[in-house]
Ligand binder design. Structure first.
Ligand code: AMP
Length: 177
């Protein structure tokens, strides 16, 4: 990906202090999504290292991972699988717990999300912070029988070093702050 594109993305991210709670700097990606040309460039850049990886499914993490992941899936000619917060999916699910700063949370996917033995999944989300959510999605993907091809993020929060939690597949991050 070009340095120019990275700089444009960085300039369009909107950092909002103390949202959703005190002490958090929330990185709002909506200005990137609003721009037709930039949105298309971001989707292509997220997919780029995986063009030859024979990805059969993109698994997007609720909620902003749905927006980016759906677009990346069509770019790669892959299907889309939602990883959702507990209790949101209508059919039989498999779940994976993970730790938050305070307490625990879980993510779920449908049991039959990867119905072929040779499913190859790419995980997509907007932001990697501590890495706990992405790690849990990787465990969930593998427990459902898919080969994990990699993780792709628009933004990494560098000081939290979240990608150190992600093992066994490449991590692709467009920009870091
Ligand atoms: P983590 O498990 O700590 O890596 O958190 C990642 C998830 O939380 C992603 O789904 C992000 O959308 C969201 N998230 C965490 N921190 C931020 C932040 N500072 N700004 C926007 N989204 C965030």
């Amino acid at each position: 990906m070009s340095t120019d594109l990275a700089n444009i993305i960085r300039s369009r991210l909107r950092a909002i202090a103390d949202y959703p709670k005190a002490g958090i700097i929330y990185q709002d990606i909506t200005p990137v999504l609003q721009d037709a040309i930039l949105f298309r460039q971001v989707v292509a850049a997220l997919a780029e290292p995986f063009l030859d990886s024979r990805v059969t499914h993109v698994i997007g993490i609720e909620a902003r991972g749905f927006i980016l992941g759906g677009a990346v899936a069509t770019h790669l000619g892959a299907g889309f699988v939602p990883a959702r917060k507990a209790g949101k999916l209508p059919w039989k699910t498999r779940s994976e717990n993970y730790s938050l700063e305070y307490g625990e949370d879980s993510l779920e996917a449908h049991e039959d999300a990867f119905h072929h033995d040779d499913s190859r999944a790419l995980i997509v989300d907007d932001v990697i912070a501590t890495g706990g959510t992405a790690r849990a999605t990787g465990l969930l993907t593998r427990s459902l029988g898919a080969t994990l091809v990699g993780w792709a993020f628009l933004l990494g929060l560098e000081e939290l070093g979240g990608d150190e939690l992600l093992e066994g597949a490449p991590v692709h991050t467009l920009v870091t702050v």
